[in-house]
Write a protein that binds this ligand. Structure first.
Ligand SMILES: NC(=O)c1ccc[n+]([C@@H]2O[C@H](COP(=O)([O-])OP(=O)(O)OC[C@H]3O[C@@H](n4cnc5c(N)ncnc54)[C@H](O)[C@@H]3O)[C@@H](O)[C@H]2O)c1
Length: 397
């Protein structure tokens, strides 16, 4: 079928298999171009199909020849209906990994459930024995709690008072004012339940109890801090509470890994266009200004560049892993540079619908958004028939 984008606000209902494949090939090429990393050999990536998780899987496999198991929650294709992009990304990744004689298998299902944890552990036992790196990169709006059976929904709201600021509709370039009402106490609890550290800890406890963590195993989860302008809705909002909880969980997991000489880290990553971040109000305007400034200063990175740097200059550079005062790895260092942030602040006040296309990188934002779904990718013929039915070679049924 001829596949075109069908967008509804910050989501796209279709995905292009060839475009997703090309994105994955480009990321693999990038990792190969940066040379070998003396990194992990057996890796579990939870949230492996898009964004930072996919980049972590690609970096592990093609940077340090690791065997990888990916866990994700993606929609398979049906006749006349495309799959979700993470499905096509995984199909392309596993095809390329197998061509390179690298072990790559995956599990599609709800990572919050006990069943998927058990299935993953059984697969590790059978095929790899143990893993030496566990990446936790889930981004989800909902979680069904495995003990209570209750379904929790996360929200992106300020705490204590309403938040008023501007945002942009990146499809039209219209900058408008938004007002978001503060959350309830229950909203905070729900958001922490979905995006906080409890599930990460459950994974690590289950993996340890099953004896599938190698000596000196490392685990990393991803967080975000960001600038003052997004604080009320991000770091000091409901999602920020969840990130605080995730960061505190790293210390708990560290304690529980002591006898294995293992380590748990949180890495604070840069703001990037992903399915998760497009949903957060105000962030698209911030990112379009940030992109422009970081590109002008030659310090712009995508997910793959970020994770390549995380592996080669933080986690596996042959020395102590550098962290900030709160024990977090920082690869948002270039985003948070004083000169970069000062410039964002200056442009933030000036940005209007009329000038944003010049002041910011609206085009870069929109392009990245379409790229997530395999559209507007260079070298792909979108007028050609594409087969929407694509199988994932290492998918476990
Ligand atoms: N995008 C950013 O700007 C940014 C910046 C810093 C940190 N982070 C953090 O990085 C992490 C990953 O975010 P991302 O932006 O790469 O998101 P993403 O939406 O691209 O990826 C989310 C992944 O989680 C999987 N997933 C979601 N629900 C699942 C479920 N129930 N079971 C199994 N898999 C499930 C998806 O299949 C996908 O593989 C998050 O913790 C996010 O907060 C993101």
């Amino acid at each position: 079928m001829i596949i075109t984008p069908r967008t509804r606000g910050f989501i796209c209902l279709t995905a292009h298999p060839k475009g997703c494949e090309q994105n994955v090939l480009n990321q693999i090429e990038y990792i190969k171009s940066k040379g070998a990393i003396d990194g992990p050999k057996k890796v579990l990536v939870i949230g492996a199909s898009t964004g930072f998780g996919l980049a972590s899987r690609i970096t592990s496999a093609f940077g340090s020849e690791a065997s990888t198991i990916g866990v994700y929650f993606e929609k398979p294709p049906a006749k006349g209906k495309t799959a979700s992009p993470g499905w096509y990304n995984t199909a392309a990744f596993e095809t390329e990994a197998h061509k390179a004689n690298l072990y790559a298998k995956s599990i599609n299902g709800d990572a919050f459930s006990n069943e998927i944890k058990e299935q993953t552990i059984a697969l590790i036992k059978e095929d790899l024995g143990q893993v030496d790196l566990v990446i936790y990169s889930l981004a989800s709006p909902v979680r069904t709690h495995p003990v209570t059976g209750k379904r929790h929904k996360s929200v992106l709201k300020p705490i204590g008072q309403p938040f008023k600021n501007k945002t942009v509709d990146f499809h039209t370039g219209v900058v408008s004012d938004i007002a978001i009402d503060p959350c309830t106490e229950e909203d905070i609890q729900n958001t922490v339940t979905v995006m906080g550290g409890e599930d990460w800890k459950m994974w690590m406890d289950a993996l340890k109890a099953a004896d599938v963590l190698a000596l000196k195993a490392t685990t990393v989860a991803y967080s975000y801090i960001g600038p003052e302008v997004t604080e009320p809705v991000y770091r000091k909002g409901t999602i920020g509470k969840a990130k605080e909880d995730l960061e505190a969980t790293a210390f708990k997991i560290n304690d529980s890994l002591k006898d294995l000489n293992g380590q748990a880290y949180v890495s604070v990553n840069k703001a990037l266009v992903t399915q998760a971040s497009s949903a957060i109000p105000v962030i698209p305007l911030y990112i379009s200004l940030l992109y422009k400034i970081m590109k002008t200063n030659n310090v712009h990175e995508g997910c793959i560049e970020q994770i390549q740097r995380l592996f080669s200059e933080r986690l596996y550079h042959g020395g102590v892993v550098p962290t900030d005062n709160e024990g977090r790895i920082r690869i948002d260092d270039w985003e948070m540079r004083e000169d970069i942030q000062a410039k964002v602040k200056e442009l933030w006040d000036q940005a209007t619908s009329e000038n944003l296309a010049q002041l910011g990188d609206l085009e870069g934002y929109a392009n990245d958004f379409f790229n997530l779904f395999g559209f507007k990718v260079e070298g792909v013929d979108y007028d050609a028939e594409a087969d929407e039915i694509v199988n994932i070679p290492g998918l476990q049924e």
